[in-house]
Ligand binder design. Structure first.
Ligand code: SAH
Length: 446
């Protein structure tokens, strides 16, 4: 039986996106956790735990303690598939194809493989590759490096888009304030809580992003209140993605228990940024992201690939700007033109440019996680997600927004999975990941 069938036969709530690990020791605020003989670390803030306990970790944080009987059952299941999946991943990550790549490409990628420094011009050369064989080898090397440093673990986060009201006017974005044709929605607290509850108890999510436009209805206090209510009844790693709230707002989120912030800087080029965001400044956005990291949040950040006026050199600068922010995870997705925005007449980038961005990111930071974005999947519905995974990515997000609202969170048109149930999205994601030998798990810090 193919291993993905094995996995999909697991009860959904046990699919879990995390493997229970056994605490073998303590290291200050961190616990040392064993996963099938592999040691990882996780910060422990929330729970009283002792040696021998089984826990779930997510993003390097202990999320909850798992009763031993339940842990043994899940481990028994994973024991078999874990190693099978690893074999598939290892096989797919083999380095082949260097023979057909051009000499300069091979020389640069040899440096990456040997951990030697690649300079800006060389990265730019990789980002500008056009030849299929050259690009193919770049992706192979990026995937090889992903395998070497992350093994086959793949983070699966859920995202709930709880309001499409927005006071910003980003030129590319379909939920911008000036788009008067869009029907606006705002989920009630009860609806948000119910959506989280279902995601956690029915589908086993351990990590959720709460996202919205810059909705004045929800100030930092309101969102903090919501965070508290959510965490009171769910064991969860919670990410907040509501735009800029200032350092004080961020601190409130942290105190309420959120441990992650998702905020892209969109572009690190000052002039391009102000063209795309007429009333906002890049310096504020960057200060916000830096503050999030300093407060102790896991930071998910990145930019748009292929916005009008952007050159390959700018994308490369974005990669380095993102790296400087020490993110837990990178999110770089294609710009997709929205008909009701001032950028409606522009073209999206080629899929290959997005894949090259992921691959170069992987070479530039072997440690960070990288999302294969929904926008990439929308650009190439058939292969986008898996091609992202085969170019160095190792994380994905599933859309948990209730179906009646999902279409209205219309940042770009034709968003994939807009009409699919959560169950269907999970089944498809699992099937895709299994084919690639990836385990939909996050097993803490190395
Ligand atoms: N208010 C939040 C969330 C914004 S929407 C914030 O300010 O961070 C989430 C992301 O969607 C944005 O960061 C942007 O990168 C992306 N996005 C918006 N419009 C897009 C488009 N037309 N194509 C691709 N991505 C888009």
């Amino acid at each position: 039986m193919p291993s993905y069938l094995l996995l999909t036969s697991l009860p959904l709530a046990n699919m879990c996106y995390a493997i229970p690990g056994k605490i073998t020791d303590f290291d200050g605020k961190k616990v040392i956790v064993d996963y099938f003989g592999e040691k990882r670390y996780a910060y422990n803030e929330f729970k009283e735990v002792k040696k021998g306990d089984y826990i779930y970790a997510q993003g390097g944080f202990v999320i909850n303690v798992v009763p031993e009987k339940e842990a043994m059952e899940i481990l028994e299941f994973w024991k078999e598939s874990f190693f099978k999946l690893r074999e598939v991943d290892l096989r797919l990550a083999r380095l082949e194809g260097s023979g057909v790549a051009g000499e300069k490409t091979r020389i640069i990628l040899d440096k990456a493989l040997e951990g030697r420094k690649i300079d800006f011009e060389e990265y730019l050369y990789l980002l500008s590759l056009e030849d299929e064989n050259d690009m193919g080898y770049l992706f192979k090397v990026a995937n090889f490096i992903r395998q070497k440093h992350h093994k086959n673990a793949c983070c699966v986060h859920g995202i709930i888009e709880f309001s499409n009201f927005c006071s910003s006017d980003c030129l590319y974005c379909g939920i911008r304030k000036s788009n008067r044709t869009l029907e606006r929605y705002r989920m009630s607290e009860e609806e948000i809580l119910q959506t989280v509850r279902e995601a956690v108890s029915v589908y086993g999510f351990k990590s959720i992003v709460l996202q919205s436009g810059e909705d004045p209805h929800f100030d930092a206090d309101g969102i903090s209140f919501l965070i508290r209510r959510i965490l009171k009844e769910n064991n969860l790693l919670l990410f907040i993605s509501v735009g800029e709230v200032g350092e004080r707002g961020l601190k409130k989120f942290y105190e309420a228990g959120a441990r992650g912030v998702l905020i892209r800087f969109e572009t690190s080029d000052k002039e391009l940024y102000s063209k795309l965001h007429p009333r906002d400044a890049l310096s504020y956005r960057m200060a916000e992201i830096r503050a999030a990291g300093e407060i102790g949040f896991l930071v998910l950040t990145g930019g748009l690939v292929g916005v009008p006026g952007q050159k390959n050199e700018d994308i490369l600068k974005d990669i380095f700007a993102a790296k400087k922010l020490c993110p837990e995870m990178y999110t770089f997705g294609p710009f997709l033109p929205h008909p009701d925005t001032p950028l409606s007449q522009n073209q999206p980038p080629a899929v290959e440019l997005v894949l090259k961005t992921i691959a170069v990111l992987r070479l530039a930071d072997v440690n960070g996680k990288i999302v294969s974005t929904t926008a990439l999947e929308t650009l190439d519905a058939e292969k986008g997600r898996n091609d992202g995974f085969m170019a160095g990515a190792n994380s994905l997000m599933l859309n948990l927004t209730p179906e009646k609202y999902r279409g209205l969170y219309n940042i770009y048109p034709g968003r994939i999975h807009e009409k699919e149930t959560v169950k269907h999205q999970i089944d498809k994601a699992i099937e895709d990941l299994q084919k690639l030998g990836r385990a939909p798990t996050d097993i803490g810090l190395r």
